[in-house]
Design a protein around this ligand. Structure first.
Ligand SMILES: N[C@@H](CCC(=O)N[C@@H](CS)C(=O)NCC(=O)O)C(=O)O
Length: 219
């Protein structure tokens, strides 16, 4: 049975799940949530929290991108290396890096975006200052961590890289690495060259005009 991914092809957290689905060679399809979509009321019923991605696998429903990947790892492991290592200690590091990219790269980046779509007189005056300070710390730590590694935890592509790809893709648009973080820049390029990630980026391409901060003319 085809797996259904409720979400949007321009959403960073949906990319994370979509990349994992493609890495595993899963048979899956988008259920796109956008104004007027027949899938929106279905999604709202499945997950009244109203956040995506949400995965439906027959009767099973899983929300939250990391939990979706954990679910796929348990039930749909097919091709390629496992996205979560069998070795328990190695799995701890993958989960730690996964949290790092979500909480300390994606979420501060999102503060800029959410602030930009608020009415001008209701913006959070600290969003960019605090979000930028967090991104500075994250880029600085990652620069040292990723130097000498191909993927987030070493030689094997993992769930942490599924999180890293959208996080770093949009973070560099929002709060550019410039030339201060060459190892992070090179890692982002390696990610973007990977077929599962290139597919996610291409899926979001038609929606770039909607990026609230203005999408740069690259990538
Ligand atoms: N912690 C969630 C984050 C999900 C999330 O924030 N999704 C955003 C899109 S990237 C969303 O649902 N936006 C819909 C909205 O704001 O209406 C996860 O890891 O899946």
């Amino acid at each position: 049975m085809t797996l259904e991914l409720f979400g949007h092809p321009f959403s960073s957290y949906c990319w994370k799940a979509a990349i994992a689905l493609d890495e595993m060679g899963a048979d899956w399809t988008w259920r796109v949530i956008e104004p007027g979509s027949e899938w929106t009321p279905v999604w709202e019923k499945l997950w009244p929290i109203k956040r995506f991605p949400v995965l439906r696998d027959g009767e099973r429903v899983v929300a939250e991108a990391s939990a979706i990947i954990e679910y796929l790892h348990v039930h749909h492991r097919s091709v390629g290396d496992p996205l979560i290592p069998d070795d328990g200690d190695a799995a701890v590091i993958v989960r730690m890096l996964d949290r790092f990219f979500d909480h300390y790269v994606s979420d501060p980046q999102a503060r800029f975006v959410f602030n930009a779509i608020r009415p001008a007189d209701q913006r959070d005056p600290l969003a960019e200052q605090e979000g930028g300070a967090m991104l500075e710390r994250s880029y600085g730590w990652l620069e040292g961590h990723i130097a000498g590694r191909e993927w987030a935890t070493g030689e094997a592509f993992s769930m942490a890289d599924c999180a890293a790809a959208p996080a770093l893709f949009y973070a560099d648009w929002t709060y550019p690495f410039g030339d201060r973080f060459p190892a992070v820049t090179a890692y982002r390029q390696r990610l973007l060259a990977r077929p599962s990630i290139a597919r996610a980026v291409d899926g979001g391409r038609p929606y770039r005009a909607f990026f609230p901060l203005g999408a740069p003319d690259r990538d």
